[in-house]
Design a protein around this ligand. Structure first.
Ligand code: HSE
Length: 434
């Protein structure tokens, strides 16, 4: 079909799911169909929506709802599938079937892409279809397109992001209002940020899926969520937060993806004591931000709302229009590349600075004995501070760069010492310099 004849035929959209995000996509699409069609250069039409249970949605023609998603992905008159149902199955099966049926995909589904991205991209590219997924990482923030398109001529060195709004909100409340973790979590749940079961957010699973997507794009390699080392924030105490503040840090849950000296990808999600001068340190509440360092571009920062119906719908609409243009012109957009096929660095080899908080006996020789344990494992100490005295004595040790393996061996040895009553916290430290 020539591009000219296609321009007269609408791009027909089938949407899978109509929850918080999907209903906002439908609302925005229907509110400004004409103007959005003008921008796309082709008429776009919301033709069908699959839901689990049909109920009235204000402003949406009830006739376009169905409880059978297969009727949409098998419909030859549908050109573009917008997948906003979430979860891995049946989203994966439906997306694959849609691609086999020559439909492009717009999805917000980070879990799907972080587990089955490779299969979906391969299938889509074999069929000459697009997969666009700007909303899958950091909601409204344009970060997929910048990494895939704008920076494709550069060499990314590191991507570091606050990509989970719920945990950022909890940590902000702990820092600014001195709230205990459990209290801040309850507040996040009451505000609708955290789910009743907050595990995915609080334990870093959500951020790990996003880290997999970002690192794959940045380093031209297929990365799955199982490649990502992950720790959440449930172990962070108010004492840790107060200590961070007193030392000029803020605790953030960061997704970090970087190249190691061996050209491997180190990709991880864990809490970090971040120097207050770092641009990410000022990202508060439920906001997200992604900090990218590239060889020629230098540092770049992308900031905005990472969740919520309208912000996520904004990213999805951008994708719908981009893909509609391609459909109208019988073309496809910039594709992911995986030619580099880099290895994933084992977490034990990753180098970081650490802060270790120890409850110790307050008597002569204790510091020397502890310093000896660090020396034996080859971990160089940068600073040592003592808080409290006698039974309340606490040592706060910040190391120079050490591998996770060296640090773990050090902590294991410290735990066995009679003079150490408790290793209260071990938190990685990130500086402010790009
Ligand atoms: N639950 C996520 C967050 C948003 O709190 O940022 C969806 O990925």
């Amino acid at each position: 079909m020539s591009p000219m004849s296609r321009a007269d035929k609408p791009v027909r959209i089938g949407m899978l799911g109509c929850g918080v995000v999907g209903s906002e996509v439908a609302r925005l699409l229907l509110a400004d169909t004409e103007e959005l069609s003008t921008r796309a250069g082709v008429k776009i039409e919301l033709a069908a929506i699959a839901v689990r249970t049909i109920k009235p949605h204000e402003g949406i023609n009830p006739a376009i709802f169905t409880t059978d998603p297969y009727s949409i992905v098998n419909d030859p008159e549908i050109d573009l599938i917008v997948e906003v149902m979430g979860g891995i199955e049946p989203a994966y099966e439906l997306a694959l079937l849609a691609i086999q049926n020559r439909k492009s995909i717009v999805t917000a589904n980070k879990a799907l892409l972080a587990s089955h991205g490779a299969e979906l991209f391969t299938a889509a590219y074999a069929q000459g279809e697009d997969i666009y997924y700007e909303a899958s990482v950091a909601g409204a923030i344009p970060i997929i397109r910048p990494l895939r398109d704008s920076l494709v001529g550069d060499f990314v060195i590191r991507v570091m992001g606050i990509v989970n709004g719920t945990t950022n909100y909890i940590l902000t409340k702990m820092h600014e209002d001195n709230k205990e973790f459990a209290v801040a979590l309850k507040e996040a749940q009451d505000l609708g940020y955290a789910e009743a079961d907050p595990t995915a957010d609080v334990e870093g699973f959500d951020a790990a899926a996003k880290a997999a997507i970002l690192s794959g794009l940045a380093f031209h390699t297929r990365v799955t969520v199982s490649d990502v080392y992950r720790e959440g924030i449930s172990q962070i105490t108010l004492d840790d937060v107060q200590l961070a503040k007193s030392l000029g840090y803020v605790i953030k849950l960061l997704a970090i993806a970087e190249l190691t000296p061996k050209d491997e990808i180190s990709v991880r999600v864990h809490p970090v004591m971040l120097e207050k001068a770092h641009p990410l340190a000022s990202v508060r509440d439920a906001f997200n931000a992604v900090f990218v360092e590239a060889e020629s571009a230098g540092p770049l920062m992308f900031y905005g709302r990472g969740a919520g119906g309208a912000p996520t719908a904004s990213a999805i609409l951008g994708d719908i229009l981009a893909v509609s243009r391609h459909i109208a012109h019988n073309s496809v957009g910039q594709r992911e590349t995986d030619y580099a096929d880099r290895d994933i660095a084992p977490i034990e080899t990753t180098k970081t600075k650490f802060l270790i908080r120890l409850e110790v006996q307050d008597k002569s020789g204790v510091l020397a004995a502890i310093a000896q344990v660090f020396a034996t494992q080859g971990v160089s100490i940068q600073t040592v501070d003592q808080n409290g005295r006698d039974a309340d004595a606490e040592l706060i040790i910040v190391t120079h760069l050490a591998t996770e393996g060296e640090l773990k061996a050090t902590v294991d040895a410290l735990k066995k010492m009679d003079i150490v009553s408790k290793v209260s916290s071990v938190i990685r430290v990130e500086g402010a310099s790009a």
